[in-house]
Each structure stands twice: as structure tokens, then as C-alpha cells.
Design a protein around this ligand. Structure first.
Ligand code: ATP
Ligand code: MG
Length: 403
């Protein structure tokens, strides 16, 4: 497996040596100029898709219609796109027709000047048709061309502006900013999948609180989250760990906005962001555990506290709850560490089969007896199989056989 930069260089060299104008393009040029390690290395070239396919027999067309090919190289898939000048946009998303064009036209169709840079793979020279270098140096995020038009072509660019601006600490240029604010209620025309995908990237990054504040100041929050307008702090979001999952960030943001616990919130977010089942389970667990910690940790039985601490989202939920009651949460955290040292969620000492073997008949009381016995185990009142069984049979006896 080659380093990704070398893998892309190999592909670029083959294209160059076959006489095709070829550049590294977009994010990887930007990232390198910022001194960051690029995540992906996209190539833009004058070679048509069929030429790319003939030079690289294992290349695959992804959206070949748009001139994009994936070329395997050194264990990576390198995106190779033919220079194009996109035609009219239909649904604010995909160009209805694609026309191949010059490198300059290809730069002009990109969203922001910082994303419109090319780099010559042989010489390392940066080719800048859009003033992206100056904007990078000055810390400015600016739409290429007329901001109103560029946003009308693809309204998702409003969210991309927020993401790039937060991630690279860029000021949004005033005319781009005004164009966004004037259209902030028009994100509705963009598919929820695309909005959700963009938000995942935004909230998955350590600059999430900056991005959220910016989204609110540009009035994009309403159409992202499907709520009314809210103003307030972002304390929970700011305090999250850099590594926090995006769903934790969404939960924190919703709590900061005071909209998390309204009836129907999980359904609203599922619809607005196309949450997966897993994400929805996480969101609901994070909220529910937080409630249980803040509402009744101190009064709860040891077994109940241990059961709660054994839930997979416990630590993440506790981190979000800390803003509300820091002293309580410090105590909870200490207790949690104690529980963990003893082993969270031990295997139950007995199960339903043991009750059947002991002559009980399966019935509605089974689960309650097993639950109560597990509580006794968590609290150390029974320590082994025999005492657990004795405890269970005692409970069964109280309610009559088989009941
Ligand atoms: P990241 O590191 O977050 O992936 P990136 O700049 O590579 O940043 P991508 O979404 O991967 O962003 O897109 C690659 C390039 O394609 C961008 O740099 C930009 O030039 C162009 N691009 C992507 N999405 C759009 C869009 N919606 N409108 C115009 N140009 C776009
Ligand atoms: Mg990218």
C-alpha cells in the first residue's frame, strides 16, 4: 500500500506522460497550502473518460456521465475527473447536462475559491484561476463568481460554506454571507440525505461549536434541524471532547437549543437528517440516560445505578450532562469508575433455564424474578449460582408456584 499522495502521483504521471493536461485539484491543493495532510487526492484532467479507461484498464466509471472515473492505484481509489463546465442546474443539485471543457472552466464551476485551485503534479506549481490563493492567505471563504447564482445552482453550498469556514477558521466574504442569509430558508429544496451528510461532517469535526454558531448566525439552523429559531449559548457543544461522535454533538446542540426533549424530537431529527436506526438509538439513549442521571441518580438503588452505568452510551451521556450539574456528575463519574473496576454488566448468575430445571413453570413472573435476582447480584446480595437460585426460588415462593 502506497501513501495516498504517491498513489495519486502515479496516476497523474501516467496521464501527463500520455500528453494530457493534468492537475491535482480542489481539497488536496487547499489542504497542502494550509500545511495539512490531504484526506483525498482528486485529479482533474483533459483526458476524456474513455481515454482514462484505456490508460487504466481497472478504472471504474462512477458517474461516468459526469466524467468521473475511479482509478485503483497503490491500494487506493483515485478520483480522476475530466475538466468540465457544468451546465444548468435542475433541482439545485446535479447539472442536467455535462460539457467537457478547459481547466479554467473546471475551476470556475467549483464552489469556493479555496476549493478551485490546481497543482501541477510534476512541478508543484499552483494554478489559480479564481484567486483562491489570496483568499487562503487572507483567511477568506468566497464563492467563485456571483454568490447568489452559485447558491441558487446548489443550495447545499450554504452548508459547505459553514463547514469550510469553521474548519479552516475563514471569514465568509460579506457578499457571500449576505447571499446565504437571504436564502437561508431555501435549504428545503436540497435532499435531506445531502443535508444530513453535510451536517455529519460538520458536527463530526472538533470545530463543531463554531460551525453551529455560524449556522445559527446565518439562520440556517431552522432548515437544518426543522425547528423554529432559537438563540442561546452552545455550552454543551463547546465542552464536548474533540473526538466526540457527531450524534453526541447533535444531542448536545439540541439540548443547548432547548429543543431536544420536546415531544416528537427524535422523529423530527430522523426526518430532517435521515438518521439511521443506530443513530436514533444512540440519540434516544443519550437523552434518556442524561435524564436519569440528572433526575434521580442519588435516590436510585445501587442495582439501578449499575444497570444505567452498564449501558453502552453511559459515559458519553454523562459528558453531556456535566454542564447541567457538574458536582453531581463528578460523583457519578467516580462511582462509574468504581463500577467499571468491578466489571460492568456481569453475566447473570442464573437464567430462565435454571428456573425451569428447578421445577418452575414458565410464566409472566419469570422475567420479574430474573430481574430481581440480577439486581441482587449487582448489589452483592447473591454471589454465586446457588445463592442466586435460592433467591429466585424464594421470590417464586412468595408469588405462588408457576405464577
Ligand atoms: P474534504 O476534505 O472535506 O473532502 P474537499 O474540498 O475535498 O474537502 P469534497 O466535497 O470532497 O470537498 O469535494 C471535492 C472538490 O469538488 C471540492 O474541493 C470542490 O472543488 C468540488 N465540489 C464539491 N462539491 C461541490 C459543490 N457542491 N459545488 C461545487 N463544487 C463542489
Ligand atoms: Mg474531499
Amino acid at each position: 500500500m502506497l501513501p495516498p499522495g504517491d498513489a495519486a502521483m502515479h496516476v497523474a504521471k501516467v496521464l501527463l506522460e500520455s500528453g494530457h493536461e493534468t492537475y491535482f485539484a480542489g481539497g488536496c491543493v487547499r489542504d497542502r497550502l494550509l500545511g495539512l495532510e490531504p484526506t483525498d487526492h482528486d485529479i482533474a484532467t483533459s483526458a476524456r473518460p474513455e481515454t482514462v479507461a484505456s490508460l487504466f484498464p481497472h478504472a471504474r466509471g462512477v458517474g461516468a456521465h459526469f466524467g468521473v472515473m475511479l482509478v485503483p492505484s497503490g491500494g487506493h481509489m483515485i478520483e480522476v475527473a475530466t475538466f468540465r463546465s457544468d451546465g444548468a442546474y435542475e433541482d439545485g443539485r446535479r447539472p442536467s447536462e455535462v460539457s467537457f471543457g478547459s481547466a479554467e472552466a473546471d475551476a470556475q464551476r467549483r464552489d469556493f475559491t479555496i476549493n478551485g485551485l490546481f497543482e501541477h503534479p510534476g512541478t508543484g506549481e499552483v494554478i489559480d484561476f479564481v484567486g483562491g490563493r489570496d483568499d487562503l492567505d487572507a483567511g477568506v471563504l468566497r464563492a467563485i463568481g456571483v454568490p447568489e447564482d452559485r447558491i441558487e445552482e446548489d443550495r447545499l453550498r450554504m452548508l459547505r460554506a459553514v463547514r469550510f469556514s469553521a474548519r479552516f477558521s475563514l471569514e465568509i466574504d460579506p457578499s457571500t454571507r449576505e447571499a446565504i442569509i437571504a436564502r437561508s430558508d431555501r435549504l428545503g429544496g436540497v435532499s435531506r440525505e445531502r443535508v444530513g451528510h453535510e451536517l455529519r461532517r460538520m458536527l463530526g469535526h472538533p470545530t463543531r461549536a463554531i460551525a453551529a454558531a455560524m449556522a445559527e448566525s446565518l439562520r440556517l439552523d431552522v432548515s437544518i434541524l426543522g425547528t423554529g429559531r432559537v438563540e442561546g449559548g452552545l455550552k454543551r457543544l463547546e465542552l464536548l471532547d474533540d473526538q466526540a461522535d457527531w450524534i453526541d454533538a447533535l444531542t448536545a446542540w439540541e439540548l443547548d437549543r432547548g429543543t431536544a426533549e420536546a415531544a416528537g424530537s427524535p422523529a423530527r431529527l430522523t426526518e430532517a437528517l435521515i438518521l439511521s436506526n443506530r443513530e436514533l438509538v444512540d440519540l434516544e439513549a443519550l437523552l434518556g440516560i442524561r435524564q436519569a442521571i440528572l433526575g434521580r441518580w442519588t435516590e436510585s438503588s445501587l442495582a439501578h445505578r449499575k444497570r444505567l452505568a452498564g449501558r453502552p452510551q453511559f459515559a458519553r451521556s454523562l459528558a453531556i450532562a456535566t454542564v447541567d450539574e457538574s458536582e453531581l456528575c463528578e460523583r457519578v463519574e467516580a462511582e462509574f469508575h468504581g463500577f467499571r473496576a468491578e466489571g460492568l454488566s456481569p453475566q447473570p448468575l442464573i437464567g430462565g433455564d435454571d428456573l425451569l430445571d428447578a421445577g418452575l413453570q414458565a410464566g409472566p413472573r419469570f422475567k420479574a424474578i430474573l430481574d430481581a435476582t440480577y439486581d441482587a447480584q449487582l448489589e452483592g446480595r447473591v454471589q454465586d449460582r446457588a445463592s442466586a437460585l435460592e433467591h429466585a426460588l424464594g421470590l417464586a415462593g412468595e408469588s405462588g408456584p408457576g405464577e
